[in-house]
Design a binder for this molecule. Structure first.
Ligand code: ATP
Ligand code: MG
Length: 378
């Protein structure tokens, strides 16, 4: 599939953008702080339903448009994308409306999504447009905390299977309710019988999530091993292993055994919300031992593997979004990434270095320049 049109109104630093995009290798050039990342963020937003780095949807609305909320017609951002795919054209519109009621730090934002004109919840959007985003902070997948790796897995699985996202949301609700009850019991105001019910719910939802992560990792691991050895051009081997906080079959028992501890803590200490993904290069934990360059290569391999996985799972190529990842690679790795990306129906690649465009193994289908929220072909 490929993104054929992106239109933005009052989105970040784009007051008004109408952009037609071809398939193939599309370069987006621009100096720092001109809107390159914002453009890719908008495209990714249409794929996964929320921003990968904004803390609140409010940040996505052009600051000027927020100034005179609540006067009518103000405070609204629109993100429109059209995608050509196997079965035709898909049009997604996301509207963000700031409303006068004050939330933490500013007006609240109401989000509305339409897919081909039909109002759709986020859970119904995810998986319609498949995309894989590569960013310079992907190195955190390797060096950072388990939560980043869980997020990686969750986004990947959700794009392939909408039922997973729903299960995840149910699980999170169970954890929240259960935590509330654990605190009540600690204060002598809650019932242990009620906790039996929430334990059963946690086991039911949790076991399904653990099983699915396990299964997906089995498919992802060989893909990552292959992409890593091609990228690194060495004999080094990348292995991926799922590290569930508690194995599925043991969850019920752990909850029973740890009940008093969890009541004391007033929170759920065990379950898939604590899972991790172990990344090893030649048997060494990459989070601890990898060099910066190795960690970057591992992160790239994970993203390329994610793309391969989605292509297999969906039977269609995802859109690749490469945000500023080329400049920090050595020429050999850069070439390899561009070559791989060139195999996809569309790759949108941003860079602040115009020289990179002339040094690609795949000729670009279009080159755009972004300057202060305006995009021009170049
Ligand atoms: P770099 O090369 O440094 O990565 P970039 O081209 O990727 O730069 P972006 O991250 O897209 O730049 O940001 C461009 C500008 O958008 C920033 O300077 C920021 O001030 C501005 N910006 C972000 N959010 C908003 C908003 N809600 N309203 C107005 N401007 C915004
Ligand atoms: Mg950027």
């Amino acid at each position: 599939m490929y993104l054929s049109r992106l239109a933005l109104t009052n989105y970040r630093n784009f007051p008004d953008l109408e952009l037609a995009l071809p398939a193939g290798m599309v370069f987006i050039l621009g100096r720092n702080a001109q809107g390159k990342s914002n453009l890719l963020e908008a495209a990714y937003l249409l794929a996964i339903g929320k921003s990968y780095h904004a803390n609140t949807d409010r940040e996505l609305i052009h600051l000027k448009a927020l100034e005179d909320v609540p006067s009518p017609g103000s405070g609204q951002a629109l993100i429109t994308g059209e995608v050509e795919h196997r079965d035709g054209r898909l049009k997604v519109i996301m509207g963000l409306q700031a409303i006068a009621a004050e939330g933490a730090g500013g007006p609240l934002v109401h989000k509305q999504i339409r897919v081909n004109g039909v109002p759709t919840p986020v859970t119904g959007l995810v998986g319609r447009i498949n995309a894989v985003l590569f960013t310079a902070s992907d190195i955190d997948l390797v060096m950072g905390s388990p939560s980043g790796r869980r997020r990686f897995l969750d986004i990947l699985i959700s794009q392939a299977d909408r039922g997973y996202l729903r299960a995840l949301q149910r699980y999170q609700r169970v954890v929240t309710q259960r935590n509330h009850l654990l605190r009540l019991i600690r204060e002598g105001r809650g019932s242990r019988e009620e906790l039996d019910f929430w334990d059963a719910e946690l086991v039911k939802e949790g076991v399904a999530i653990i099983a699915q992560r396990d299964q997906v990792l089995e498919q992802l691991a060989p893909l990552a091993r292959k992409t890593y050895s091609e990228l690194a051009g060495s004999q080094e081997e990348l292995t991926l292993a799922f590290q569930p906080a508690v194995p599925a079959q043991g969850l019920e028992e752990v909850l029973r055994e740890q009940r008093e501890r969890e009541i004391g803590a007033g929170m759920t200490l065990h379950g898939p919300h604590r899972d991790d993904l172990l990344l090893e290069v030649d048997g060494m934990n990459a989070a601890i031992y990898a060099s910066r360059g190795q960690a970057r290569t591992v992160a790239l391999a994970l993203r390329l593997a994610e793309a391969l996985f989605l292509k297999k799972a969906r039977g269609e190529e995802p859109i690749l979004l490469l945000d500023d990842v080329l400049s920090e690679l050595d020429p050999q790795r850069r070439h390899h990434v561009l070559e791989e990306a060139g195999r996809y129906q569309q790759a949108l690649t941003t860079t602040a270095e115009p020289a990179l465009v002339s040094d690609t193994p795949v000729p670009p289908s279009a080159v755009f320049t972004v300057e202060n929220g305006q995009v021009t072909p170049s």
